[in-house]
Each structure stands twice: as structure tokens, then as C-alpha cells.
Design a protein around this ligand. Structure first.
Ligand code: FE2
Length: 416
């Protein structure tokens, strides 16, 4: 009897031992898609995992990727991030020579421990109808709120090709715990469609409230290297379908000690970048607005620096953030050369933080302070039309407007 009891006990201990081993097995976390190269033929994937080597296994989704013969496996680059919560192992890989406009299945891991299969779709080569999502500041006390906004937006728009976050992704940019919250709350979306992020002022804050370069932004989100070398991973542009998107870093003050000529560098870069665009639609993303809605939020230096460039390149829309309100301007700074002006859109907030003090300005066609709940935007782009809708997270429509280009090549269009 005693012997039988011991053997039973041994069995339990053996099982417990195995379950501990299973619990301790490393698992990929915080999987995020970005573009560091061309959206039609490449896809960059990054994740965290406490293991020695990182691999991506992928194949065309239609080719049933569970079949080994249809799969390709590549090795990821490993990096150790030094964070306020200790060292974190990160892997990043860029899949290349993909076919445009194709859905791929992928999983990440170390060859033994794998994530579940996810999918992404490459951009089409030719112009095609595009929809993307835009989120204002997601900085939060609780990133579940940001996650809720994001998940609701993606559920309502599963055809979105990518998502833009307008900066202040997190409240304290050098606090890894907040990034972990942001990335974990985004699973199911940011591992399915690429993130196009903008640097905000909070990305430059440390837990001690001193300024830093936005290192946890640039090290975790791998982005195109086509901006000024001094602002690599912070200023860049990309093209998808009929849209050219140029992304600025408006933290000239916070980053003055690190990049003293940031404003000048970005002026020179933006002029050249937009001059090379052959797309019918040109959009600029900036965290700080050129036309502010808060008292003391006047950003005349940004307006003076960039408006002549917007005029010259006939930029259609500037999306902004920082003020946590939704506000759409009438076309501003047209030059009477067939260009009616640029629409400036403050995109609201997708996290918990609100401000009571922004007020409607004379140039605003629509203004809504999203104190009651977070909001997001959808942007739909065809060759001759750009349609923008603003929604509360719960789905209520806040605004809808469109631009139409009758003769895109001549830059002639009208606002409806
Ligand atoms: Fe901000």
C-alpha cells in the first residue's frame, strides 16, 4: 500500500515538474508589424521573447502554411533593450521579395516554441482603394482603454490596411512597462496590420521627467530610414496605393540638446520628399499641430516653417494630435493657383487622457472635445476621392468629409 502511495505521489510530482517546465517555456510576446522598407514587397515583424534565437516562418496564406513545403523560414536580428525594468530580448526580421497584394501567414518563435499563426497583407503595386485607421494620443493610465479603442476600430473596419498612431503613444516614453501595456493591448490588430507611428513629446520623457531621445520608440518600432540621418526612425515617408505619407517629429524643444537643427533638417527633407511624390494624395503627419486649439498652444514656429512647403507641394491634409480633441479646419493657406489649401485635422484621443480647455477656433469647420469617450478616424482613399470619417469608440459618427480631385495630375480639386 505504502509503495503504491509513493508511486502515485511520484506521478503527481512528475506531472507538476512537467507543467512547471511548460510554464517556463519562452513564448513570443508583443508582436508588432511595421514597414521599414517598401510596403508592397516587404514586411517587418518585431517581438519580444526570452530565448537564444528568433525565427519567422511564413508562406502565402492561400498555400496552407501548415504544409512544410510551402513555408520559408528566416532568422531574425536579436537585440537586447536596456530599459528601466531591466534587459529585454527583442527580435526583428524583414521579410523581402513578397508578392504585392497578397495575404501571408506567419508565426514567430525560436524553432521549438512558436506563436500562433497570424496573417498580414502586402500593399498592391497599382493604385487601389485604400482604407486606414488614425488614432490620436493613446497615452493612458490604463492601456486597456487604448486597446479597447483600437479593437473596436478594427472590428468595425477589418478592411483597414494599416493604422496610424499620431504620437504620445505612451505617457512616459522611456518607461518600458507602458510600452508593454501598449503593445499587449494591441495584439490582434498590430500583429495583423502595420503600425505607422509618429513621435510625440511624451516619447521623449523619462520616468525622472527629464528629456531623452525617444529610444524605446525607435528601438521597438522599426521604420523607414529615408528621413534625415540625425532623425532616423523618427522622420520618414512611405507610399501605399495613391497616397504619399510624410511623418514629422515636432519635438524640436524636447530634443534640442540631441538634434539642435531638427527644424531646419526637417524643412529641407520635407521639401525634397514631397517634391519626389508622384501620388495624387499627399498627407503630412505631425504630433504638434500647426494650428492649435488650446490656449497657449500656439505653434507659430511650426506654422511658419512648414506652411510654405505645404503650399508648394499642395499637401491635401495634415493630421495632428497633442490636444486630445477632434477639430477639422477649412482649407487653409491656399495660393490661388488651383490649390484651395490644406485641411488640418486634430485627431482626438484614443487613450484615457483628456483636456477641458481646447476651444473651437475660427478656422474650424468641425470641433468636438472627446471628453466622454475616445475616438478614431477612418481614411478611405481612391484615385480621385479622399473620404474621412471620425467615430467615437462606441461607433457614433462625429464627422464625415471628403476631398475630390477632378483632374489629379493638375492638382485641381474641390472640397465637399
Ligand atoms: Fe503631446
Amino acid at each position: 500500500m505504502k509503495k503504491r502511495y509513493l508511486s502515485w505521489l511520484g506521478g503527481i510530482l512528475w506531472l507538476l515538474g512537467w507543467s512547471c517546465v511548460a510554464l517556463a517555456a519562452p513564448a513570443p510576446e508583443q508582436i508588432v508589424l511595421t514597414w521599414s522598407e517598401e510596403p508592397a514587397t516587404t514586411q517587418t515583424i518585431s517581438w519580444k521573447m526570452d530565448t537564444g534565437a528568433g525565427l519567422v516562418q511564413y508562406g502565402e496564406a492561400a498555400a496552407r502554411p501548415a504544409v512544410a513545403g510551402a513555408l520559408r523560414t528566416i532568422t531574425a536580428q536579436a537585440a537586447v533593450l536596456a530599459t528601466n525594468l531591466g534587459e529585454v530580448k527583442q527580435f526583428s526580421a524583414t521579410l523581402r521579395q513578397l508578392r504585392p497584394g497578397v495575404r501571408y501567414a506567419y508565426r514567430v518563435g525560436d524553432g521549438i516554441n512558436w506563436s500562433t499563426w497570424r496573417t498580414f497583407r502586402t500593399a498592391p503595386y497599382q493604385s487601389a482603394k485604400l482604407k486606414f485607421l488614425v488614432f490620436g494620443d493613446s497615452q493612458s493610465l490604463n492601456y486597456q482603454v487604448w486597446g479597447h479603442t483600437l479593437q473596436k476600430a478594427f472590428q468595425a473596419n477589418p478592411d483597414a490596411a494599416f493604422m496610424v498612431n499620431m504620437g504620445d503613444l505612451v505617457d512616459v516614453g522611456q518607461d518600458y512597462g507602458q510600452w508593454k501595456g501598449w503593445l499587449e493591448a494591441g495584439q490582434g490588430v498590430i500583429d495583423s496590420i502595420p503600425v505607422v507611428p509618429v513621435v510625440g513629446n511624451h516619447e521623449t520623457y523619462t520616468p525622472n521627467r527629464i528629456y531623452s531621445r525617444p529610444q524605446l520608440f525607435t528601438s521597438q518600432l522599426s521604420l523607414p530610414g529615408n528621413g534625415p540621418a540625425e532623425l532616423r526612425g523618427q522622420v520618414y515617408s512611405l507610399e501605399y496605393g495613391d497616397v504619399h505619407v510624410a511623418v514629422l517629429d515636432s519635438q524640436m524643444g524636447e530634443e534640442r540638446a540631441f538634434v539642435p537643427y531638427s527644424l531646419f533638417l526637417q524643412q529641407e527633407w520635407l521639401k525634397k520628399d514631397l517634391a519626389h511624390s508622384r501620388k495624387p494624395w499627399n498627407i503630412v503627419l505631425t504630433h504638434r499641430p500647426f494650428y492649435g486649439n488650446r490656449k497657449g498652444g500656439d505653434a507659430a514656429f511650426l506654422r511658419n516653417a512648414f506652411v510654405p512647403i505645404l503650399q508648394e507641394a499642395k499637401v491635401d491634409v495634415v493630421f495632428t494630435a497633442h490636444e486630445h480633441v477632434y477639430a477639422r479646419s477649412v482649407p487653409l493657406d491656399g495660393k490661388g493657383n488651383g490649390f484651395p489649401g490644406t485641411i488640418h485635422v486634430a485627431t482626438g484621443r484614443s487613450g484615457t487622457k483628456t483636456y477641458p480647455d481646447p476651444v473651437r477656433q475660427v478656422w474650424n469647420e468641425n470641433f468636438y472635445n472627446s471628453l466622454d469617450e475616445p475616438n478614431y478616424l477612418t481614411v478611405e482613399v481612391g484615385h480621385t476621392m479622399l473620404l474621412v470619417k471620425a467615430f467615437k469608440a462606441s461607433g457614433a459618427l462625429l464627422d464625415m468629409w471628403s476631398l475630390h480631385k477632378l483632374r489629379p495630375a493638375a492638382g485641381s480639386y474641390s472640397v465637399f
